[in-house]
Write a protein that binds this ligand. Structure first.
Ligand code: SAH
Length: 219
């Protein structure tokens, strides 16, 4: 079995828990195919007020996440996994997420994901422990949790046994440089629109031909 450990470092574990416990991902977690755990960065502060951020040196708008609580949280994960997981920082400055570069990450059996909040994370922390920065698109969100969940979902559904069959993701958009053909289900006629005749013909060769012809090549 392809056991993979994913540790998420966040100030909002509750945002991630919903995704981790729902649908196909939730089922894979319950079956033990994947192991996903959220860690509250605030639990790793040493100050009385559990402060995780401070104002930026040099002035400017917003707050910066301090290096030490994140560093301590990551060290805890290293001890938990008995190794240094490949650490990804979700960031709009990172490399753009794609099916291809998500697939490459599956060589790692231990992955940690750092979710940023506020204006920034202290750059020295990024230099010291982050292996790669990944962006989910050229826009800015308020936190790294949603991007982390997008990355996690893309990654996990390519793991054997998470989906019922490899065919499920190998035939899908972006996997083979094709965009998936249109799909239809019951009823056969809806709002006067019948489904394409060939799909109910029972002729499997013709059906496969139709599906391929109706998949769009990504240029
Ligand atoms: N001031 C920063 C943006 C901070 S947004 C800048 O201009 O680059 C706060 C956090 O949200 C970031 O640390 C990051 O973890 C997350 N985030 C926002 N947009 C993102 C995106 N497009 N992809 C990945 N993470 C993103």
């Amino acid at each position: 079995m392809h056991q993979i450990n994913i540790d998420i470092l966040t100030l909002f574990p509750e945002i991630c828990e919903v995704v981790i416990n729902s649908g196909i991902i939730g089922r894979a977690v319950k079956k033990g195919i994947i192991n996903v755990k959220c860690h509250q960065i605030r639990d790793f502060t040493t100050n009385k007020h559990k402060k995780v951020d401070d104002s930026p040196f040099g002035g400017g708008y917003g707050m910066v996440m301090m290096a030490e609580p994140i560093f301590r949280a990551f060290n805890y994960v290293c001890e938990l996994r008995n190794t240094k997981p490949y650490l990804i920082f979700m960031s709009p400055k990172g490399k753009m997420l794609s099916q291809e570069n998500a697939k490459e990450k599956l060589i790692h059996k231990n992955i940690a994901i750092l979710c940023g909040r506020y204006e920034a994370v202290d750059e020295r922390l990024i230099e010291e422990i982050v292996d790669e920065q990944i962006s989910i698109g050229n826009y800015v969100l308020t936190g790294g949790e949603l991007p982390a969940m997008v990355f996690l979902d893309v990654l996990l559904r390519m793991i054997p046994d998470v989906l019922p069959s490899k065919v499920c993701f190998e035939n899908e958009s972006h996997y083979n440089n094709l965009l998936e053909h249109p799909q239809y289900t019951r009823p056969r006629v809806w709002h006067d629109k019948p489904v394409p005749e060939v799909l109910i013909s029972g002729n499997h060769k013709e059906i496969e031909k139709w599906k391929l012809e109706n998949s769009i090549e990504i240029k």
